[in-house]
Design a protein around this ligand. Structure first.
Ligand code: PMV
Length: 305
């Protein structure tokens, strides 16, 4: 019987985390660490879902349910996954698995879905399960590349760029994104004006960062990352460990560094010139970070032949 394998990439937030939830723009890039979904039709009375990571199975269950409802499919399906990366580091395994599942199901049942349709279906599933989130991770998994993104996919635009010279450092702490989103939400409720002003400043940074990335002006991009990071510190989402990793990167010659994603742990990124790579990596490791070797600006979801 017909069998399809697809994959989708993980993600990194380059600029605009948290503010993006409130309708401000962000810049995200797809990482070439991928999740693979294998989908096949089976002669069974019920569907079978096999995934090494329990968290991902919820996303697969909901994706399959939505797909079957949407396209009135009765046929039983087996879905299983394989992953290039650990779900612990916060690089977007649940969004990647959801997107790869819709891609696989659409090919298995010959339903042509555009990127935007895959985005919309996947975003629906994520909102159902997590309740909050801009969908930037879904956009990176679907479209790939480096994107100018506005919440809910109101804007998804490729930046004409190539791989950005980044180092990714994992703080060793798994952060809970919904908790961090709620933390900022509370701050926003209590100090609307102050937090609103921070979001406005982040928006201005992104306007400049977009051009700087396209121009490959990494000195300027790095400065803008530093500015964005300081604003995230003001939002209260950095941690001691992330601070030491960011500071160690800057002290060893990075153009710029910032936390990436919700904060509270997970990863930071440092923008470097190639000759500083070794030094910056060592500096991050010295303060307790783990280097994750991944390329960015990677291809979006695809069929694996
Ligand atoms: O923790 P991550 O890497 O999933 O990033 C969350 C980024 C937020 O802007 C805080 C939330 C969102 O969905 O955009």
């Amino acid at each position: 019987m017909k069998k399809i394998t697809t994959s989708a990439p993980g993600k990194l937030m380059l600029f605009g985390e948290h503010a993006v939830v409130y309708g401000y723009p962000s810049i995200v890039t797809a990482m070439d660490t991928r999740i693979f979904v294998i989908a096949e039709m089976i002669e069974n009375s019920s569907d079978i879902i096999i995934t090494p990571q329990v968290k991902e199975s919820r996303f697969l269950v909901e994706s399959l349910k939505l797909f079957k409802e949407e396209f009135q499919v009765k046929q039983s399906v087996k879905l299983h996954t394989r992953s290039d990366f650990s779900h612990n580091v916060g690089l977007g395994s649940s969004s990647a698995v959801t997107v790869a599942a819709f891609k696989a199901l659409s090919l298995l049942f010959d339903k042509k879905l555009s990127k935007k349709e895959i985005f919309d279906l996947s975003y629906k599933v994520t909102l159902q399960i997590q309740g909050v989130g801009s969908g930037f991770d879904i956009a990176a998994a679907t479209y790939g590349g480096t994107l100018h993104f506005i919440t809910g996919g109101k804007k998804i635009e490729y930046l004409d760029t190539e791989e950005i010279p980044l180092i990714v450092g994992y703080s060793g702490v798994k952060a809970d994104t919904p908790t961090m989103i709620r933390k900022v939400e509370n701050a926003f409720k209590n100090k609307k004006e102050e937090i609103g002003k921070i979001f406005g400043e982040i928006e201005q940074i992104i306007g400049k960062a977009k051009e700087a990335i396209i121009d490959k002006d990494y000195q300027l991009t790095g400065n803008l990352m530093n500015k964005n990071h300081k604003l995230l510190v003001k939002l209260g989402v950095s941690t001691e460990r992330l601070e030491s990793m960011v500071n160690a990167s800057l002290a060893s010659g990075a153009y710029g560094a910032k936390l990436s994603g919700a904060g509270g742990g997970d990863c930071m990124i440092a923008l470097i010139s190639p000759e500083k790579k070794g030094e910056v990596e060592k500096a991050i490791q010295k303060v307790g970070g783990t280097i994750i070797r991944v390329a960015n600006n990677a291809e979006g979801t695809r069929e694996e032949l």
